[in-house]
Structures are given as C-alpha cells and as structure tokens.
Design a binder for this molecule. Structure first.
Ligand code: MLT
Length: 401
C-alpha cells in the first residue's frame, strides 16, 4: 500500500470554503425552503462586461480559423499581455519580462511553494488567506498542528488585530506572506507600513510574497496598490495578482506573478530564473483564448468597465458596512476592500457563522477559518447581486453577535 503523504495528514480539516459549502448544504437539506444568501466566499456574481464578452467571442472565433489558430504558447504568457499588464497596472515601472501570466493568484501561490521547497520557513498574517498556511503544510514547511494555540508548529503567525490596526508585529522567516488589501480583514497597509515591511525583509534577508489580488478595490490615492511603489521592494518581493475580482474572471481564470530580476537567493542565484523553471515544468500557459481576449480588453473602455464593476461591489460594501454599523455591530474594512470584518462579542466565529445561517439564512465566513486571531470575527463578502445585498442587510437587523 502507498503511504499517505505525511504532510497532507497534518492538515486539520477540509479547505475552508468547501467546508462552508458542506455546512450550507447540510442546512439546506434540513431547511429546503430557506432562501440562502451567500456572502461567504468572495465569488463574483455580475456578468462579464461588454468589452470582455466581445473580446472572448472574437478570440474563440479566431481559434476556428487557419490563420488565427494557435496551440501551446509561451509558459510565461503572451508578450503583448505581459506588456499590457506592465502598462495598465504598473505604469511600466515593472518590465514585462518580470511578469508571468497564469491561471490565477491562488494557483501561483501554491506553485511558489514548490520553488521555496520544504526547508523554507514562513510567516503569515493571522488571520490570512488559508492557501498560504495550507500549501506550506503540504510542502512540509511546518511541523504538527498544535491544538493548544490552533497553530502549526514551525509557522510564524503575526496577529493582525483591531488593537494593532491590523498591521502586525513583523516576525522573521524565509518567506513572509502579506496581503493588502487584506483578505479577510479588509485592512489596507499604508506606504509607511509597507516601507517598514520592505525594510524588515531586507534586514532579515526574507522574501515577501505580496498578495495584491484586491489592489483595484483601493480608491484612496494615498494607499499603495503594489509593493513595488516602495523603493527597494524589487530586491525583496514577489507580487501575485489577479483578474478574478476586478474583472469578474473568477470562472474565466487569469492572473499573474511578478518576480523581479533584482531578487536573489542567498547563493546569489536568480529567483526569477527558478520561477521560470517551475512554470515551464508544471504549467503550460494560460488559455490562449483568455489571454488574447484580455489583451484586446485592456484598453480605455475595458478599464472603464472594470472600474464600474469594482464601484458596484464597493457600493455593496458600503451598504453592508453602513447597515451593520447602524445596527450597533463593530465593523472593519469595507472602505478600500470588498470584505467587511465584523466583531462577535458573545460567541466564537463558528458559532456566529451558524447563528447567522440559521437565523438570517445568510452564509458568511467564520474568522477562525483564516487563523486563530480571526476568532471573534465573521467576514461578510461584498460580492453579490444588489437585491441580495439589500435583503441580507434587512435580515441582519435585530441580530446580535
Ligand atoms: C475568499 O473568499 O477568501 C477568496 O475569494 C477565495 C479565493 O479567492 O480563492
């Protein structure tokens, strides 16, 4: 018999969002008439914008012609798309050949672990997007789970709490995961805070994996959208980013990772070269249709439509936050991020999740699912149709957490 991978055996439960779905399905089985509103996983709900639809149609049709057909492409992504990403999202401060196009930020986050290998140590914000810790455990970067503190031994947890303004006391590790705008707390790091992070990484010879998947939800011009707005960040940081949320691409699949040439390992070798090696080995490039369509969509009209879509979800965030504030809840985030982080005082976060599901028929995400410091909070996602958001707000009236 084949032995089970001992690192997978260390994981405590299923991945967070399928677990939430399982509990939701269990509830529906017992309450078939309940009209459930899902504000759990940050899943986009609005149809693709018109520039994307046209570009996808055109790109599909071209594949049906002798001139337009293409097979395998560059694993790193189409050059024109890498150039467009550099122009539209980085004002060309990042060269196109440091941008690797992929099928999404989550997939890249997992693949990055292959590059770092099992001997690396990691530090994560607590709470954090579960992929960082889970993929580290699977890669063998942790020891066993410690039930006393709900942490994996060997992983550095950096609590982000209301008391520290959701910016943690930084801890040294080979790789520091940092997400801003933050999933799940909705906090956005300032330039000063990111400058501190970059300096800390330099001093401790760490590499930062900066998750900027929600960058386009920042409207405050003083808040940095990319780690590369901080001087010297190209020597210490990788950035992962995504088309999923701002362009409604959660089901279309496209993202990218920036690995600067200036970033080196301890022995002086190039991190970018190793990432290239990983990507050429385990990835065959994102879909040609999606890449071609996105090249043709990243124009003034496409960017305008993206901003409208983001504004729609951010109006949802404003409505949820204002309503919950007016009901007396303590809320964080939701201003420059599509997540609202809500304090629970009388119950733990899984109890709050069940209570909201059973009482208001709304699916949220329990804060503890993102790490031990997330207990005492639930996360509301602003991704939803307007009618559902208004209905959910109405149903939350009178609840007390
Ligand atoms: C979340 O709900 O935290 C994320 O949207 C899920 C994801 O992006 O994988």
């Amino acid at each position: 018999m084949v032995q089970r991978n001992k690192n997978i055996a260390k994981l405590q439960a299923g991945y967070l969002f399928p677990e939430i779905n399982r509990r939701k399905s269990e509830f529906i089985a017992k309450n078939p008439d309940a009209k459930i509103i899902s504000l759990g996983i940050g899943n986009t709900t609005e149809p693709l914008q018109s520039t994307a639809v046209k570009a996808l149609k055109d790109a599909s049709e071209a594949m049906g012609t002798a001139e337009g057909y293409s097979g395998y492409g560059d694993e790193q992504g189409m050059t024109a798309l890498r150039e467009k990403i550099a122009e539209k999202f980085y004002n060309n401060i990042i060269p196109a050949d440091e941008i690797f196009v992929s099928d999404g930020a989550k997939c890249d986050t997992g693949r990055l672990q292959m590059m770092f290998g099992s001997d690396s140590t990691i530090a994560v914000q607590d709470p954090s997007y579960p992929v960082y810790v889970d993929s580290a455990v699977i890669m063998g970067q942790s020891q066993l789970y410690n039930k006393d503190n709900d942490q994996f031994n060997g992983i550095e947890y950096m609590p982000c709490t209301a008391e520290n303004g959701f910016f943690p006391e930084l801890k040294a590790a080979d790789v520091i995961y940092f997400c801003s705008p933050n999933n799940p707390t909705g906090a956005v790091a300032t330039k000063e805070q990111l400058t501190k992070l970059v300096k800390f990484a330099k001093d401790n010879k760490s590499i930062i994996v900066f998750d900027a998947a929600y960058a386009e939800f920042i409207s405050d011009p003083d808040l940095p959208k990319s780690i590369y707005e901080i001087e010297g960040a190209d020597e210490v940081a990788i950035e992962v980013c995504s088309f999923s949320k701002p362009f409604g691409y959660t089901g279309v699949r496209l993202g990218w990772t920036v690995v600067p040439k200036a970033l080196k390992f301890e022995d002086g070798s190039s991190v970018r070269d190793d990432w290239n090696r990983i990507m050429t080995t385990v990835f065959n490039g994102a879909s040609n249709i999606i890449q071609t369509a996105t090249i043709n969509m990243l124009n003034d009209e496409g960017m305008k439509e993206m901003r409208e879509l983001v504004a729609f979800y951010m109006e949802n965030a404003r409505l949820i936050k204002n309503a919950l504030d007016s009901y007396g809840f303590t809320t964080y985030g939701g201003d420059n991020a599509p997540y609202i982080w809500v304090k629970t005082d009388k119950m733990d976060s899984w109890e709050a999740f069940s209570y909201i599901l059973e009482t208001a028929h709304i699916v949220t995400t329990p804060g503890a699912g993102f790490g031990p410091a997330g207990d005492g909070y639930v996360r509301f996602s602003a991704f939803g149709g307007r009618e559902n958001i208004l209905e959910a707000i109405d149903r939350m009236k009178g609840l007390s957490l």
